[in-house]
Design a protein around this ligand. Structure first.
Ligand code: PMP
Length: 451
């Protein structure tokens, strides 16, 4: 890329520190400038069109350029651009959204609490777990278990819950009282000759052993994504969640379902909890709640969590927690309109009806000699490349990602897996278009490797 000194790329290099980016590589190579979006497509500043095969960050469910969300934002902006929800104030967008979320929740929930990001929602979940244990007179019941390769965010608490090395290394994380149990990726972690059912049993036993080793009276909660996203699109094997939930119930451990990616249709049901018959006590929601048109997240809590919290707040005099933009009226109005669109256009039905094709195309890619496995459910999936001599683990994925970009498809390289999570408005033809391009990119990549 040639970069003109006054270009947006040059100014970006000069002034902007990027998330999840090698800062030295950015100084050298610059960033890709995305200028606009329409439907499932985005366009860079040279006019090149890409299929946004990741819906941004697993999030733009209704696609780009949705005018109803623009209008909802403008209307609310004109009426009440901001008000807070501290000290017993409220406004109708936050009330309506809370009511809507409780109405569509897959299990009985009591209250919705608003934050701005998935990280903050999970941070809040963790604080509420501690607050509740204190309220119940169990000050030692504070440990939280998540999983290796789980992703729950980047704040000090939520990054600790995240089970990925890049979120811990050099940040001095995880913090105390956060523990990690095994990841349910059968192919990667099965032992010699172990069946899927035996693997599931072992995952549940690992969790039980950890709880017993720590002491059940010290373990307060478990957090998990119904399907692991950023860890590589890891779809749990059959029976996994049933076995895990049995252990949680046995030791009185709360279950927090992190639905930040799965929520609002991604797995072919409104929530991943329905797809996998989960009975969470708390749920964190973000991303497709507003299709990322506005930053907003929500934490749903059931009565079992709410009642002690309410008692404790009465004892102390306040629930001393909250961010300035919690339940922001513009973000809440956009989220509400977004959920209306998902319902009216039956986008969850669209995910269900296109899923067989989406998965069949991934399966056929997995027949390629370079590919070891595909994984997926609904409209979220990935294929993984066979390790190759001369390449360190995690080197092949980013290389193939580059080939797919050239073909005009934005995917995500997670190590040597290539993930897809397209906008839920995608059509049958567009699924084919995306994977035709992916296959062309894969062929070119294969040619380079053998050359
Ligand atoms: N939980 C999950 C499952 C996520 O995928 C993410 C974001 N990728 C988060 C939490 C954190 O959300 P945010 O980036 O909005 O803080």
């Amino acid at each position: 890329m040639t970069i003109h000194p006054n270009s947006i790329e040059a100014r970006d290099k000069a002034y902007h520190l990027h998330s999840y980016t090698n800062a030295r590589a950015l100084e050298r190579d610059g960033a890709l400038v995305i200028e606009r979006g329409e439907g499932i497509h985005v366009y860079d500043n040279a006019g090149k069109q890409y299929i946004e095969g990741m819906a941004g960050l697993w999030s733009v469910g209704v696609g780009f350029g949705e005018s109803r969300l623009v209008e909802a934002a403008a209307k609310q902006m004109a009426k009440l651009p901001y008000y807070h929800t501290f000290t017993a104030r409220t406004h109708s967008p936050s009330v309506e959204l809370a009511e809507k979320l409780i109405e569509i929740a897959p299990v009985p929930m009591s209250k919705a609490y608003f934050t701005n990001s998935g990280s903050e929602a999970n941070d809040t979940a963790m604080k509420i777990v501690w607050y509740r244990s204190n309220a119940l007179g169990k000050p030692d019941k504070k440990k939280i278990i998540s999983r290796t390769k789980g992703y729950h965010g980047v704040t000090i608490a939520s990054a600790s819950l995240t089970g990925l090395p890049n979120n811990h290394r050099s940040f001095d994380l995880p913090i105390a009282r956060v523990l990690h149990t095994s990841c349910p990726h059968y192919r990667a972690f099965k032992t010699e000759g172990e069946t899927e059912a035996q693997f599931v049993e072992r995952c549940a036993k690992d969790l039980e052993d950890l709880i017993l080793k720590q002491g059940p009276d010290t373990v307060a909660a478990f957090i998990g994504e119904p399907v692991m996203g950023a860890g590589g699109v890891i779809v749990p094997p059959a029976g996994y969640w049933e076995a895990i939930q049995k252990v949680l119930k046995k030791y009185d451990v709360l279950f927090i379902a992190d639905e930040v990616i799965c929520g609002f249709g991604r797995t072919g049901e409104m929530f991943g909890a329905t797809t996998y018959a989960l009975q969470p006590d708390m749920m964190t929601l973000s991303k497709q709640i507003s299709s990322s048109y506005q930053p907003i997240s929500a934490l749903l809590i059931n009565e079992n969590v709410y009642q002690p919290l309410a008692d404790e707040s009465a004892k102390i005099g306040t629930f001393g927690h909250g961010v300035t933009a919690a339940g922001h009226p513009v973000a809440a109005a956009v989220a509400l309109e977004n959920i209306r669109i998902i319902e009216e256009r039956d986008l969850v039905g669209n995910v269900r009806s296109l899923s067989p094709k989406f998965l069949a195309r991934l399966k056929s890619i997995a027949d390629h000699p370079l590919v070891i496995e595909y994984r997926g459910v609904g409209l979220i999936g990935a294929f993984e490349l066979v390790p190759r001599e001369g390449f360190a683990a995690g080197q092949l994925g980013p290389k193939l990602f580059g080939y797919l970009m050239e073909e005009g498809v934005i995917s995500r390289a997670i190590g040597d897996s290539i993930a897809f999570c397209p906008p839920m408005i995608i059509t049958d033809e567009q699924v084919d278009d995306m994977f035709d391009k992916v296959e062309r990119g894969l062929e070119k990549f294969a040619k380079e490797l053998t050359a």
